[in-house]
Design a protein around this ligand. Structure first.
Ligand SMILES: [Zn+2]
Length: 358
């Protein structure tokens, strides 16, 4: 099997809903000179050997040396430009993942980055750092960092520090309120690390008596859904409510848990009975129209496309599960306003949403 067939296999294996939702997560393979990375906006389950973008590693490394602009949008625009120029075949369609410099910072052949709900329960737990350090002492734990360039640079520094202390790089990195990176020279090695993580966490959840699936009540009546849609449409507009999905009630998370949740369902669900007044108050408080309305009758998601409405519901359910699992580790720690606003305002993510919607 070629190196690209192997990374495609790993991408599909760890692209299932247990590991990642929507267009989230990314994978790469490398040799001494080249890095093949998943293009932004593509989905792991559909990766094949020829889906990857071939990147020039020395061109990616130039990013580590530049003095980046202070302004976030200018900074990420510069990174986007430099990454586009680092493609070995400039005519290749597709945009390299914003986490490409991070993948390149590992020397291991294969790097798999995903956001499993099981890991979410750990990295979104209030005691995440202490728990990670005691359950997985040989893995690295990183405090929350805004995604994009800053995350790549900070991770690279942490990998170097770890390398100096241990004489080798970490095989896994847990990222607070985000997910996990696994790095290995072999497919079997990557599998083994994931198996260990999932097994240990499964045991922890069992020991804490935390259920690994959420309780969903009976579906709301069509009339009820129609009345909520009508109300939200009146306040938030036709386009926002163009597509709708409904579910029986479940306990939504009390805030943003990871960047993916912010991207697909926004930081907060509207909780309670929607009225013109309460919807306006919500919009005033958070600066966005609710994608999720949740109460004892059910949970209803909204999207400008069918895919967006579906993903909002998927991520709302995932957020509910992550918050439930986090009970094993001190309860859920939600992202701060500065953290979720950064994602909300981020052009790169809106690109991903656009591709995911298409
Ligand atoms: Zn991620």
């Amino acid at each position: 099997m070629t190196i690209l067939e192997r990374i495609a296999e790993l991408s599909r294996e760890f692209g299932t809903p247990d590991y990642v939702l929507g267009g989230g997560g990314n994978t790469s393979a490398k040799d001494a000179n080249s890095l093949w990375v998943k293009p932004s906006g593509t989905a792991l389950p559909s990766m094949t050997a020829d889906s990857f973008l071939k990147m020039d590693r020395s061109a990616i490394a130039r990013l580590y040396a530049v003095e980046p602009p202070v302004d976030v949008n200018e900074r990420e625009a510069m990174v986007g430009r430099m990454l586009a120029e680092a493609k070995c075949n400039l005519s290749d369609a597709g945009r390299p993942s914003v986490e490409t410099p991070l993948h390149n910072a590992f020397s291991a052949t294969f790097v798999v980055h995903v956001h499993p709900s099981f890991v979410g329960g750990l990295v979104c737990g209030r005691n995440s750092r202490e728990v990670c350090e005691s359950l997985f002492p040989d893995y690295l734990y990183m405090a929350y960092t805004d995604p994009g360039y800053m995350l790549s640079m900070r991770t690279r520094e942490e990998i170097q520090k770890y390398n100096e202390q241990h004489g080798h790089e970490p095989v896994a990195i847990f990222m607070e309120n985000h997910g996990v990176f696994v790095a290995s020279d072999t497919v079997a090695g990557a599998r083994e690390v994931f198996a260990r993580i999932m097994t240990v966490l499964r045991e922890q959840y069992a020991e804490a008596g935390v259920a690994t699936a959420i309780d969903v009540g009976p579906a709301p009546s069509d009339d009820y859904v129609a009345s909520v849609v009508e109300q939200v449409r009146r306040v938030c507009g036709e386009e926002h409510t163009a597509h709708v999905e409904a579910s029986g009630p479940f306990q939504v998370a009390g805030g943003a848990l990871t960047p993916d949740h912010v991207v697909y369902m926004k930081a907060y669900a509207f909780e309670g009975e929607p009225t013109e007044e309460s919807l306006r108050a919500f919009q005033h408080e958070y600066g966005f129209a609710p994608r999720i309305v949740s109460n004892g009758n059910g949970v209803i998601s909204f999207g400008t496309t069918e895919n967006n409405a579906r993903l909002a519901m998927e991520l709302a359910k995932d957020g509910a599960l992550v918050a439930q699992l986090a009970e094993a580790f001190g309860g859920a720690r939600v992202m701060t306003r500065a953290q979720w606003s950064f994602i909300d305002n981020w052009e790169v993510e809106s690109y991903r949403r656009k591709v995911a919607a298409g």
